[in-house]
Write a protein that binds this ligand. Structure first.
Ligand code: GRF
Length: 213
């Protein structure tokens, strides 16, 4: 692996996690070589352009089905030749073919303490369940939605006055801290996925990954 790890980031929206990664990249061992959005209006594209990072739009609406969209995505990513694909608020479910094309080399960030609350509306579901803690997970991507080995988590406390909006805000600020840390760990060769488990060096991580943040 080269000393600076080339990373492609996939987004669909605001891109605050992308911004955290851009800000960290200058002092880390990774370099964002391209940003791809399925949404032509994603504000994250402006963030990338401002930092002179090449951007690409592959609009899922231009493709008849998931597989043809994923093929277009693969073609573009492969031209950028990254060692790691980072999903940062990318709102499309990826096919098995896509996941298998980048074996063990895709990370995602999810706003819950997985394995609790895969899918959407995580903050609302935490409140409904009366949970006292909540948080964010960074995990490797496998075919199972939000189900791959967890690299790291950060926790927040749920206070009685919390709403879905306040939880979203607290979780988001944790995201911006831990995603750059996890991508840096990967880029420096320490974090890996192997045999469907997450590892740091020779140590297999616990099911909930490293606690960060
Ligand atoms: C984050 O909450 C992330 O956990 C989820 O999508 C959101 C993206 O936010 N996967 P942003 O576009 O990075 O601001």
């Amino acid at each position: 692996m080269p000393s600076v790890c080339p990373v492609v980031v996939l987004i669909s929206g605001n891109g605050t996690n992308l911004q955290a990664l851009i800000d960290a990249a200058s002092t880390s061992s990774f370099n964002i070589v391209g940003v791809i959005s399925n949404n032509p209006n994603a504000f994250g594209l402006n963030r990338a352009t401002t930092s002179s990072i090449p951007t690409f739009v592959i609009n899922h609406r231009d493709y008849p089905d998931r597989l043809s969209f994923d093929h277009a995505l693969i073609d573009q990513i492969d031209q950028l030749n990254p060692d790691l694909v980072v999903l940062a608020g990318f709102m499309r479910i990826l096919s098995t073919e896509f996941v298998n094309h980048y074996p063990n080399n895709i990370l995602n960030i999810h706003p819950s303490l997985l394995p609790k609350y895969p899918g959407t509306d995580t903050h609302q579901r935490v409140l409904q369940a009366g949970d006292k803690e909540h948080g964010v997970s960074v995990h490797f991507v496998t075919e199972e939605l939000d189900g791959g080995p967890i690299a790291a988590q950060a926790k927040i406390r749920v206070e009685p006055e919390d709403t879905a909006e306040s939880l979203a805000e607290k979780v988001h600020s944790k995201e911006h801290v831990i995603y750059p840390q996890v991508v840096s760990l990967y880029a420096s060769g320490q974090l890996r996925m192997n045999e469907n488990k997450a590892w740091v060096g020779l140590n297999q991580l616990p099911e909930t990954g490293i606690e960060l943040g």
